[in-house]
Design a protein around this ligand. Sequence first.
Ligand SMILES: Nc1ncnc2c1ncn2[C@@H]1O[C@H](COP(=O)(O)OP(=O)(O)O)[C@@H](O)[C@H]1O
Ligand SMILES: [Mg+2]
Length: 458
Amino acid sequence: MSAYANRPLLYVSQHHDAMLCRLLAQRGWKISFASNLHDLNALPHGAQPVAALLDLHCGFSDAELESFEPWLSQPQIGWIAIIAGRDALTDAARRLLGLYFIDYYTAPFEPADLAHSLGHAQGMAQMRPGVQRAVAGTSRADGMIGNCSAMQTLFRGIEKVSRWDTPVLISGESGTGKELAAQAIHRASERAQKPFVAVNCAAIPPTLLMSELFGYERGAFTGATKRKPGRIEMAQGGTLFLDEIGDMPLESQTSLLRFLETGRIERLGGTESVEVDVRIISATHVDLEAAIAAERFRGDLYHRLCVLRVRQPPLRERGSDILLIAEHVLEGVRKQSPARIRGFSPMALRAIQQHNWPGNVRELINRIRHAAAMCEDGVIQPADLELAAPAEERPQTLAAIREAAEQHAIVEALQRHHERLIDVAAELGISRVTLFRLMRDYKLQVRKSDVGLVCVQG
Ligand SMILES: Nc1ncnc2c1ncn2[C@@H]1O[C@H](COP(=O)(O)OP(=O)(O)O)[C@@H](O)[C@H]1O
Ligand SMILES: [Mg+2]
């Protein structure tokens, strides 16, 4: 029994069959119930389902069924359907059943039989290529991989901020997954069914940014032959993701601030103002507080954007997650590769762990793609990744081991307490003065702009 206890099961239906759930719970299934896509996306991230039940006989529309496709297509979940009868299936339902389901039951059915099949569905899903690894490494629906405490803190932060309809600022180095996080927040929010529109403020020339954001009326400037809505308007009802907000020119900052204060925009060359309801998520790799001090960024805009804050940890702070992500990336590359790729050599794995990853996950992906093309005999070596061969591991002194453990404990406690130093010192049983000294010795900095998740203001 114990091997079968607490198996996460997803139950998607428009009505909750309590009797069925009781029986399934007795068989060791831990059930998460969802009646629409929004519920699915809001499920806690810890419990990755291994099997799932979709009740098709209770009136989902085709559009709703199709919105479940990102979930149906996850190879690590074995899906079983309940249907009213084959004749009652729409084309859309038929297509999804054929593509993604291991079995179906026609109502009325014997619940014990269904429970039995769910166990098989779990087993079958685990035999799909690549799944064992994904199950071991908690790959989430939004594509973010991470088991370390820094990533768990991030996932909890994402979950919390998605419940609020206030602006969020995501800070973190380039390539750490800020855009993925923004999408995850959107998908878990009330606005999930509405558009997610991304604007990269650094990639659009400053002269074009205003018209991109606010749109224009016909004749607003030479070449404006017809009205064009801006990206803010295109995100109506949904989320506007302002990437690299730190690179936004001051002129656009002023207009953006006006929009945030009034909830209205004016297209360039226009006279009427249009009401737009969007949630702003912004991201930056620059230290905005320093930019404010240097008068490159407006302080009042900063306070509007940064009601909630999420910090993406750099890859080098994620411990063995680096290897999990590397394996996951290689799995993807393998599928596209014309040659057979067997994997990383032990030296390559050590080199990956020792590299500092200034370009974070993006750099890791690029190096692996490059290595997959360059490697010989299907085994990736450090040189294929263009990484230095790993340093020899020398026996460590007791003092070095103690220091490393001490440093590790402080970093973990800082993350756990969102870098509130009083709580960190209390947990570690040291005075704040000692904590400051240790942080100085280990070169650990807490910058105000880098705290994990801060409070909600007004
Ligand atoms: N935790 C993660 N697990 C797997 N892939 C990730 C993770 N974080 C980022 N990525 C991938 O890394 C790349 C860079 O992420 P992105 O969100 O564009 O970073 P940023 O916006 O911070 O520069 C993307 O291809 C993204 O899918
Ligand atoms: Mg980005």
